[in-house]
Design a protein around this ligand. Sequence first.
Ligand code: GLN
Length: 451
Amino acid sequence: AHLDRIAAVDGAVGAFLHVDPDNVRAQARAVDERRAAGEELGPLAGVPIAHKDVFTTTDMPTTAGSKILEGWRPPYDATITERLRAAGLVIIGKTNMDEFAMGSSTENSAYQVTRNPWDLARIPGGSSGGSSAAVAAYEAPLATGTDTGGSIRQPAAVTGIVGMKPTYGGSSRYGVIAFASSLDTPGPFARNVLDAALLHETMSGHDPRDSTSIDRPVPPVVEAARRADVAGLTVGVVKEFAGSGGDDGVTARFTEAVALLESLGAKVVEVSCPHFTYALPAYYIIAPSEVSSNLARFDAMRYGLRVGDDGTRSAEEVMALTRAEGFGAEVKRRIMLGTYALSSGYYDAYYGKAQQVRTLVNRDFDAAFERVDVLVSPTTPSTAFPIGERADDPMAMYLADLWTIPSDLAGNAAISVPCGLADDGLPVGLQIMAPVLGDDRAYRVGAAVER
Ligand code: GLN
């Protein structure tokens, strides 16, 4: 049924970069055989899942939305890919994304535009916009994403679905093509909170192959999603976000969600997190700095594209030609910004300063979570914007992640759940931020208030 749905709508939506129906049917048959052989499979066995094209897959191409990886077949599966297969999920295809996950609209993909199923003239969010669009368009009930600076929560918010950024280190980065390694966090998309929790539990947990993986049990997220109550919890509204810069429709739905929390028995208090407003500029130093280092591996020798290798040119010339042709404008912008920020003489002024801001954001969270169980805000300042509107304005694009980025810098858990439609008829997301390893709390509150 999902393959039929993809055949019917994906020409218009453009969520998938790769779907191979024969492979999908073979995976489904293999799950049936395992079940028939008496294997104990998890609750998601046989369920189709759309997989962001940033996770390596041995049986499907993996491009990270970049021309530089066109045609690359990974020799190994990401840990999360392995875990999906082990649990019997059927990987229905690889989804479109901003190149190397840099963007908030999926317009930075080197391959195609993905459209928001609610209004095909609008963006599905990004960078995991293929995944969010696939779930919102009923092309798959579940999807994977990665959140480095909002790339799960923002696309979930603007397509009216649930998206969770687990605690950093709670889900493995092994086999996830690196963007900014101190921030990259894989997580689930689903159409309701309980489904997201089931996928979260399936995909997460300690991985010795990821040096920053946390060696602790996965928080009890499924139990929390089933519990779905807020009685006795204290919810903090971030003062710095509440009044600043959100569209009217977003602010109205957010205010209603806070009132709903109160009516369900939560105590609501205002909390000041004075450094949150500096998180976005700090992120745009830290993330590009890590990019300039991580993307050095695309040297035309090891993977994918190679340009101008005709026997007359040096390795350096081939590398330069390949990187000039293989990387898009946003990726080049980040490599240059990061190289500059890390260069001797500027390191202390930019990178060092940004890391200090990161510490201050952490401290704001620590202080807040001494007083409250969770913090809430709108996920994004606006509903889905029109395709093309911000494509030539990086600053406007970056602002889509104003309210999601603090939790990336601090590495704590945060979920986006639908909280109704704005006056323009487009979905609004409520962000619930919980402490490090308090992922279950985000699910508990999210399940109580999702609409
Ligand atoms: N939009 C942000 C960026 O462009 C976040 C991307 C992400 O989380 N992968 O960096």
